[in-house]
Design a protein around this ligand. Structure first.
Ligand code: BTN
Length: 332
């Protein structure tokens, strides 16, 4: 199935919220029904739906229900409390399955979705990467997240926001475990142990001098225990790197908090741009002094020389310095 599916029934999240808030007791169907404003039979149906999604709920209509373990689903009701005080807390949309959260977010932004809207999917059927690439999006093991921003910036400044998103991912991975040594690869890859851990796809709608909206789509490999054969040599997850499972919910909350901090800084502080360029260069082993091949038409080779003031990669070639505006950077 390749279309956009309906959003997750918000009542599923509401039921989970009630069960989490009463985690140590059995909650009657009547109480749940009155708290979320529906009937007991509907509660039963929704509980069955949650169970089919892998949520471990004990009990039945006669005894009431209890949550046996905390589910790791990116439901708005669970994520929103982690995002209080950020621009991302109020308009969170969740899909069990959709084609691409970027596609959904771009369409929603075009219809007026406010800045800070977040679109999350447990699974994408047509996850998109840069160029014509696909993004492998298996169910509930990665974070597939797109956010809508409406910065008052010209389109030429949007690259800086993408770089800032990379910094946010870098920060969250490092905070998770100081043993991790994430590495940024221009413009928007986060590598771990030389393999791709995260990709960022920024799309925008703008006129010549002013951005209308941008969508930043982040795909972070978290609990994958394997990848399809064609990705095995190049992709990695946090789980594959460490042998540990992580809470996608906590990670997603922390990631959006870091992104909120970077974005606020960028739109409020005069020196934020310099700080982003400096920190990106510091956290990238390949932004300076690395021999690279730029896959463009035609491609070229050279040695990286850092970023220019708008965030574009500079490469020293035999013909002099060239600025990479797009194209994939292949490390040699
Ligand atoms: C890349 O490295 O090529 C970018 C990958 C971006 C993947 C994310 S997953 C969430 C969002 N939805 C998409 O379809 N793509 C981005």
């Amino acid at each position: 199935m390749h279309g956009a599916s309906p959003q997750t029934d918000v009542r599923l999240g509401s039921i989970l919220r009630v069960l989490i808030d009463h985690a140590t007791v059995v909650v009657s169907g009547t109480k749940i029904a009155s708290e979320i404003g529906t009937s007991r039979s509907e509660v039963w149906r929704l509980i069955q739906q949650l169970r089919s999604l892998g949520v471990d709920i004990g009990g039945h209509p006669a005894t009431g229900y209890s949550l046996k373990s905390m589910p790791d689903l990116l439901l708005p009701e669970l994520l929103s409390p982690l995002l209080q005080g950020t621009i991302f807390s109020k308009h969170i949309h969740h899909f069990y399955r959709t084609n691409s959260t970027n596609t959904v977010a771009m369409a929603a932004a075009g219809s007026g979705a406010p800045e800070g809207s977040v679109f999350l999917a447990e699974e994408q059927t047509a996850g998109r990467g840069r160029g014509d690439h696909q993004w492998h999006s298996a169910r509930s093991v990665g974070i597939y997240c797109s956010v809508v921003l409406r910065p008052k910036l010209p389109p030429s400044d949007v690259l800086i926001i993408t770089l800032a998103a990379g910094l946010a991912v870098h920060a969250v991975v490092q905070e998770l475990d100081p043993q991790f040594a994430p590495d940024l690869k221009w413009p928007n890859d986060v590598l771990l142990n030389g393999k791709k851990l995260c990709g960022i796809l920024t799309e925008m709608n703008s006129e010549a001098t002013q951005v209308h909206h941008i969508v930043i789509g982040i795909g972070l490999n978290v609990n994958q225990t394997s990848f399809p054969a064609d990705l095995r040599d190049t992709a990695i997850s946090l789980r594959l790197a460490s042998g540990t499972d992580y809470s996608r919910l906590q990670l997603c909350g922390a990631l959006l908090k870091f992104l909120d901090g970077e974005y606020r800084n960028l739109v409020q502080e005069a020196d934020a741009r310099d700080s982003i360029l400096r920190r990106f260069t510091e956290r990238s082993s390949s932004a300076q002094g690395t021999r690279v091949h730029i896959e463009e038409d035609p491609g070229f080779q050279g040695v990286t020389e850092g970023l220019d003031s708008r965030g574009f990669l500079q490469v020293r070639t035999e013909q002099g310095i060239r600025t990479v505006l797009s194209g994939t950077v292949v490390l040699e």
